[in-house]
Write a new protein. Structure first.
Length: 464
């Protein structure tokens, strides 16, 4: 598809910087808050159209007679489509206006949910759900781009982590909404109502969001943080009023695919998602079979896992800003160590120690959701920010391949070696995360030095 047919997605034009320091300070405060709450709520609503099928499934199966394997296949189709699209949509987002890119993706997922709810054929379900997965991936790359352009690296971790908790909000609300609709009106309304919410939210995003700071006549966030509020009129007229977009080739090969740091972060993301998804999917089975817990009590283990994850994401983002000044790796290494210790604890704690089990699950949630949030941010920060969404999307693609691995392969480990096989898989994955990231402890400092040297060389050339 050519850009001609997607002109409305193109970046907004840069505007000259003519505002006073006070106006710039005021505008930055206003727009950063407005953009953050908009992408927070917007991404939460993406979960409405992504997870609606999950909670409509039992009622849909009873109505149409689909088997569990058929329903499972539909879920797999979404994950595969979503995982592939994460990378593609990252490239598109880096060359798009996030205001329209995110809103369009959200509204299309709503339309696809409506079409899904109007269907009764398995093959139509597969087509609409696969397309839904594709456009679901238009959400986070746009969020990533906004966060990288509106927040400096020294503060980005906290804001990134706050916005990342939006999926916890969406994930908590959609079962209540979908099950209520399915029980009261039928399973099709469990698809329709979230769909209408997403379409309305897409229109709100068009109203609320904007492109990067320079499109509003504001300096870049780096200049803003350095209090360099004024750029010469000549600079504004010549080089600062036009987008200097990277070509697709430059984004893919110069910034992402030939970047060893992006590969290391992305491969570690694979194993982060193996642990996160496996704990989420297999915990109830483990607690009922190995610990003898009642079903309701065992299901609360997932709740505490999510609560720990919420706290872990905020702590990881804030800690990487406050203690390590934007270096994300130390937090991830500490989380990997904590994850290994917590998994050993859950593995060996005896039966009838419910409080300890739930505490350990909360700790596992904190130690796995922290890296899950921050690895993608680190990958985005080790490239030119004009390729940040692509780098984040590439890491996300490998992450979702890891999520797929947590299904059948981990199930085979449990069948073959019992729950010891499950914990061995989790511990090996956690150890790989640790071993991959530990050598990068000071990579952030080296990258900063490279950036300074590159900027100095550029300045020397321009002065000459």
């Amino acid at each position: 598809m050519s850009w001609k047919s997607l002109d409305f997605l193109k970046p907004a034009p840069y505007q000259p910087i003519t505002k006073s320091k006070a106006e710039i300070d005021s505008d930055y405060r206003y727009w950063r808050i407005r953009i953050c709450y908009s992408i927070f709520v917007g991404y939460a609503i993406f979960y409405f159209t992504r997870k609606s099928f999950t909670f409509a499934m039992p009622y849909m199966a009873a109505d149409l007679g689909f088997s569990k394997s058929e329903l499972g296949l539909l879920g797999s189709i979404l994950y595969i489509s979503y995982g592939i699209s994460k990378f593609v949509s990252g490239v598109m987002s880096d060359r798009s206006n996030p205001r329209f890119f995110m809103a369009t993706g959200l509204m299309i997922t709503g339309i696809l949910n409506i079409l899904f709810g109007m269907s009764s054929s398995f093959w139509l379900f597969a087509v609409f759900w696969g397309l839904n997965g594709w456009f679901q991936a238009w959400g986070w790359p746009a969020c990533c781009k906004q966060l990288n352009y509106w927040f400096d690296q020294s503060e980005r971790g906290l804001w990134y982590s706050i916005c990342s908790t939006s999926h916890n909000l969406g994930g908590a609300l959609i079962p209540l909404l979908a099950v209520f609709c399915a029980v009261t009106f039928g399973w099709r309304y469990a698809m329709f109502v979230p769909a209408f919410c997403s379409i309305i939210m897409g229109l709100i995003l068009i109203n609320r969001l904007r492109d990067v700071p320079r499109t509003l006549g504001l300096p870049t966030v780096e200049d803003y943080k350095q209090k360099n509020h004024h750029i010469s009129n000549e600079a504004c007229d010549v080089s600062h009023t036009k987008h200097s977009l990277l070509s697709v080739r430059e984004i893919l090969f110069h910034q992402v695919l030939n970047n060893k740091y992006v590969w290391i972060f992305s491969l570690s993301y694979f194993f982060v998602y193996v642990v996160r998804t496996a704990i989420n999917d297999w915990t109830v089975f483990y607690l009922t079979e190995a610990k003898g817990m009642a079903d309701m009590l065992a299901s609360s283990g997932v709740f505490w896992f999510e609560v720990g994850g919420f706290v872990g994401m905020i702590a990881a983002g804030w800690g990487s800003d406050y203690f390590w000044k934007g270096n994300r790796v130390p937090v991830m290494v500490i989380c990997a160590l904590g994850l290994i210790g917590s998994l050993f604890g859950l593995m060996y704690v005896p039966e009838n120690q419910t409080f300890i089990d739930m505490t350990l699950l909360a700790l596992i949630g904190a130690f796995v959701f922290g890296p899950q949030m921050i690895v993608g941010l680190a990958a985005a920060e080790f490239v030119d920010k004009r390729a940040a969404a692509t780098s984040n999307g590439f890491a996300g693609t490998l992450g979702y391949f890891g999520a797929a691995t947590a299904g059948y392969p981990i199930g085979r480990m449990i069948d073959s070696f019992g729950w010891d096989g499950f914990f061995i898989s989790m511990l090996v994955s956690s150890a790989i995360i640790l071993l991959m990231l530990l050598p990068l402890w000071s990579a952030h400092d080296r990258k900063q030095e490279e950036n300074k040297l590159g900027w100095s060389s550029k300045q020397t050339i321009e002065e000459a």
